[in-house]
Design a binder for this molecule. Structure first.
Ligand code: CP
Length: 331
């Protein structure tokens, strides 16, 4: 494995092999496996889990890491091609990425969707342009429509909890005061489909996931013995569900139009997950990648109750990423 940028780039067997490695490293630490290796972490957007767990993972394997947050203690970086750089950015990624890559053995990049043009974000143009600037092992720390590290940790969480392969996995939209990117729902959708689950995307009108993402997930599901469909009927979707994966995302019907999105979502504040959602799904677990707004996306009683596995998901970022680093740097 040379890069870890999209779970869809890996076959199902390769994902299962990574998960096996994650479980091995969890039980049998290898504190010198990456001795002398350096990981560069370039974060254009904030992070708690991804940043801390990658630094911890690298340290636990005997390596080191450095972090760059452009514009916060380092130069602001320009990502747009062919612009006159007379604004705040002092340096272009065309120089900065090769420089950073020359200091490390693997590079991770986080850059969220611009949220203006759906086609542009679906094409991952900004992330891919930066990825093309280095031959070093590369890790997607969350791009416009992908978060493979979260997806790998979530798959491990499902395995840890012995959730059956064919179980009903409901990926539900939840309320947030503003439009959030599609990266996590897209990654969770693909992960559950590739795992072979019965995947239902539950979302209000206007929030359908883009057709190319749904089609790609359907192909993965077909190859893995699962299925993918979508609905806005909450009771029907949740009946017998074993997993409710909660995520907030922006309206795709008016992508890039913040005012129209705000009007649409203002009537959807009841999409806050409460205990009464689970009347027909008593065993259902609740997943969320975090960060989450309490009593906005998920009721505090659900987050603090026995259904919630959000802490396990967050913990699993550590062994999952140790496996990714081990596979990239010590193949
Ligand atoms: N889930 C996740 O990626 O968390 P952070 O944004 O805090 O890294």
């Amino acid at each position: 494995m040379k890069r870890f940028v999209d779970l869809a780039d890996l076959g199902r067997d390769e994902v299962l092999s990574l998960l096996e490695l994650a479980r091995r490293l969890e039980k049998q630490p290898e504190p010198h496996a990456l001795a002398g290796k350096q990981l560069g972490l370039l974060f254009f957007n904030p992070s708690l889990r991804t940043l801390a767990s990658f630094q911890a993972a690298m340290a636990r394997l005997g390596g080191s890491s450095f972090v760059i947050n452009p514009g916060q203690g380092s130069w602001q970086l320009e990502t747009r091609p062919d612009v006159v750089m007379d604004g705040a950015a002092a340096e272009h990624v065309r120089e900065a990425i090769p420089v950073l890559a020359s200091y490390c053995d693997a590079l991770g990049i986080r850059i969220f969707a611009e949220g203006r043009d759906l086609e542009h974000d679906l094409a991952e143009g900004t992330f891919n342009a930066m990825a093309a600037l280095t031959d070093k092992p590369l890790i997607n720390l969350e791009s416009a429509v992908n978060h493979p590290c979260q997806a790998l940790a979530d798959w491990k969480t499902l395995d840890d909890l012995a959730v059956p392969r064919a179980a009903r996995f409901v990926l539900s939209w939840a309320y947030h005061p503003r439009a959030l990117p599609l990266a996590v729902p897209a990654a969770a959708l693909h992960m559950a489909a590739l795992r072979g689950m019965e995947v239902i995307v539950l979302r209000p009108d206007g929030y359908a996931l883009p057709a190319p993402l749904m089609e790609r997930a359907r192909r993965a599901a077909a190859a893995s013995g699962g299925s993918v469909r979508e609905t806005s009927a909450r009771d029907e979707a949740l009946e017998g569900a074993q997993v409710l994966y909660v995520k907030e995302w922006g309206a795709t019907a008016c992508y890039g139009d913040a005012a129209a999105d705000a009007r649409l979502r203002s009537a959807l504040t009841d999409w806050c997950v409460r205990e009464d959602w689970f009347a027909a799904a008593p065993e259902c677990r609740v997943m969320h990648c975090l960060p989450v707004r309490r009593n906005t996306a998920i009721a505090a009683a659900v987050l603090d109750g026995p259904r919630s596995v959000v802490q396990r998901e967050a913990y699993n970022r550590l062994p999952a990423q140790m496996a990714v680093l081990h596979r990239l740097l010590r193949p």
